[in-house]
Structure formats: C-alpha cells, structure tokens
Design a protein around this ligand. Structure first.
Ligand code: DQA
Length: 147
C-alpha cells in the first residue's frame, strides 16, 4: 500500500513578516522558527512536510494547481486572503486534498472581518488562536485523515 504522508504547509500574505507583526497578537515568533517547529511536529507524527509562502495571490493559486500528485494533504494559513480571496477558495476546491485551515491568532475574537473564512467549508478542520501549537493539532488531524 502507498504511504500517504506528504503535507504541503502553505502560508499566504505577510506571514513571511512574522517577527515584525504586532507582538501582542503574534508574539515574537518568526517564520523561520515556525517552520522549524512544524518540522518537529511532522517528524513526531511521521509526516513529510514541504513549505510554501508567497505574498502574490496568483502564485498561491498556481501552487495549489500544481499539487496534484505531489501532496496528500494541505495545512493552510492564507493570512488576510482567508477573509476574501475567492480565487484561493476555488483553487483549493480544484486541488481536492484534505486541508486544515490554521491561524496563529484567535481570528474569531478579533475584528469582525476576520471572522469570515472563504476556505473553511472546504477544510476538514479549522484551528485558530493556538500559535505554533495549532500546526501540531492540524498535522495530527491530517494524520488521522490519511490513515
Ligand atoms: C492570520 C490571521 C489573519 O486575519 C491575518 O490577516 C494574518 C494572520 C493568523 O495566522 O492569525 O495575516 O492568518
């Protein structure tokens, strides 16, 4: 039987700037450190992660188009695109892979516009407000989905 363990960890707009974002919301976590932590969680779970980050919506969409045959699941934090980028929602639908939406901050307890997610209905789960730890929760959920 084929092992399905390849998870694409996709970050959207401004997430490369972690470390320069409001510390009260995001702490001092940097994107590099976040990647290291996620690598560790994946190792513990026997999953293989690959990272992708861009500030260009078209690149994010095209990356989703390219996942066919390369990934078994997705962890996605689209940043602000979460709240309005319907093209990303459509591309995720095309990718048709089990996906968990993750947000470092508690999006449901911040501004009203952050409570909307255009990708949530396509995701097997949504995790927010747990910082980097939320990615462990997301990967565990996907591990269940893949086995
Ligand atoms: C975020 C929440 C979004 O509302 C925001 O625009 C981000 C980060 C989070 O991880 O908490 O860029 O996705």
């Amino acid at each position: 039987m084929n092992v399905r363990n390849r998870v694409e960890v996709m970050h959207g707009v401004n997430l490369d700037q972690l470390g320069r974002r409001p510390a009260a919301v995001y702490g001092d976590l940097t994107y590099a450190r976040l990647q290291q932590q996620v690598e560790g969680y994946a190792r513990d779970l026997g999953l293989q992660v690959r990272f992708f980050q861009t500030n260009a919506e078209s690149e994010f969409v095209e990356h989703l188009h390219r996942l066919d045959g390369l990934s078994d699941a997705i962890v996605m934090n689209p940043g602000a695109w979460t709240h309005y980028a319907w093209a990303i929602r459509d591309a995720l639908e095309i990718a048709a892979l089990p996906t968990v939406e993750v947000h470092l901050s508690a999006v449901d307890q911040r501004e009203a516009w952050r409570r909307v997610s255009v990708v949530r209905d396509l995701c097997v789960a949504s995790v927010s407000g747990q910082g980097a730890e939320g990615y462990r929760v997301a990967l565990s959920r996907l591990k269940e989905e893949l086995t």
